[in-house]
Design a protein around this ligand. Structure first.
Ligand code: R8N
Ligand code: ZN
Length: 247
C-alpha cells in the first residue's frame, strides 16, 4: 500500500486496513485528542529538548497527502524518554469545516538504527512531536514563511527549495507534553511511534488556514481536489497509558 491510499471515500482511512498485508487487527494509532484527566504525571520524563539547525532544512514537497519539509542531515535532539532522535521531516494534517484545526508533526528517527527506513519498522524507532494549531486572529509570522512557498507546491509532486528555516520557531514557548506509544497515522500504520504531544498550542489565522486548504491532493492537469481533512480519525487508546511530563 503506497501510492494508492488517500483520504477520499474510495481510498481513505476506512479502506486502509483492508489493504494492509497480513494485518489481523487495526493497528493502534494515537487518539486525536488527549483527555488530560486520563494522563498520569511521570516524574521520570525528561524535558523535551529539541535542537535543530536551520542549515539542515532543504526543501518542501507536496506529496499528495500533505506537504513535508525535508531535513538534509539532521538536527540532533534528545528524546525525553531515551536515546537520541534525529529530525527527518515535518508536515501537517488539517480538517474541520466550521471549526478548522491543524496539527504539526515533526518526525524523528532513533539514531541507534542505521537509517530512517530501518528505524520505522522498530517499536522504538520513531518519535513524532505533535503540536496543535489553534485558528484564531493571530497571524504566525514563522508559519507564514512556510505558507509563502505554497504557490510553488500547489499540486501533488511539486516541490521547491526551502533553505534556512528553523523548525524550532514553530514550537510553543512551553514544551510540557503528553507521551504514549502508537503508530504512524498514514499507511503502513507501523506501530513504531513514540508520540510526544505538546500541551501548549500555537496560533494560525483564518487566512493562513485558508492557504492550507487551497493546496491540492491532485496533480497538475488532473481534476483539482482541494487538500482538506488529510487525517486519520481518532482511534481508541486500547489500554495504552498516556503519561504527562507536567502536573
Ligand atoms: C506522524 N504522521 S504520519 O503518520 O502521517 C507520518 C507521515 F505522514 C510521514 F510522511 C512520515 S515519514 C515517511 C517517509 O518520509 C512519518 F514517519 C509519519 F509518521
Ligand atoms: Zn503526521
Amino acid at each position: 500500500m503506497s501510492h494508492a491510499w488517500g483520504y477520499s471515500a474510495e481510498n481513505g482511512p476506512e479502506k486502509w486496513v483492508t489493504k494492509l498485508p497480513h494485518r489481523r487487527w487495526v493497528p493502534a494509532s494515537p487518539p486525536s485528542t488527549i483527555v488530560p484527566a486520563d494522563a498520569s504525571y511521570d516524574a521520570g520524563l525528561k524535558p523535551l529538548c529539541l535542537k535543530y539547525d536551520a542549515k539542515d532544512c532543504i526543501d518542501i514537497l507536496n506529496n499528495g497527502h500533505s506537504f513535508q519539509v525535508t531535513i538534509l542531515t539532521e538536527g540532533l535532539q534528545t528524546d525525553p524518554i531515551s536515546g537520541v532522535y534525529r529530525l527527518k521531516q515535518f508536515h501537517f494534517h488539517w480538517g474541520g469545516a466550521e471549526r478548522s484545526w491543524l496539527r504539526l508533526h515533526l518526525v524523528h528517527w532513533n539514531t541507534k538504527y542505521p537509517s530512517f527506513g530501518e528505524a520505522a519498522s522498530k517499536s522504538d524507532g520513531l518519535a513524532v512531536v505533535g503540536v496543535f494549531l489553534k485558528v484564531n486572529r493571530a497571524e504566525n509570522a514563522q508559519l507564514q514563511k512556510v505558507l509563502d512557498t505554497f504557490d510553488a507546491i500547489k499540486t501533488k509532486g511539486t516541490q521547491t527549495t526551502f533553505p534556512g528555516f528553523d523548525p524550532t520557531t514553530l514550537l510553543p514557548g512551553c514544551l510540557d507534553y503528553w507521551t504514549y506509544d502508537g503508530s504512524l497515522t498514514t499507511p503502513p500504520l507501523l506501530e513504531s511511534v513514540t508520540w510526544i504531544v505538546c500541551k501548549e498550542t500555537i496560533s494560525v489565522s483564518p487566512a493562513q488556514m485558508a492557504s492550507f486548504r487551497a493546496l491540492q491532493f491532485s496533480g497538475a492537469g488532473e481534476a483539482a481536489c482541494c487538500m482538506v481533512d488529510n487525517y486519520r480519525p481518532p482511534q481508541p487508546l486500547k489500554g495504552r497509558a498516556v503519561k504527562a511530563s507536567f502536573q
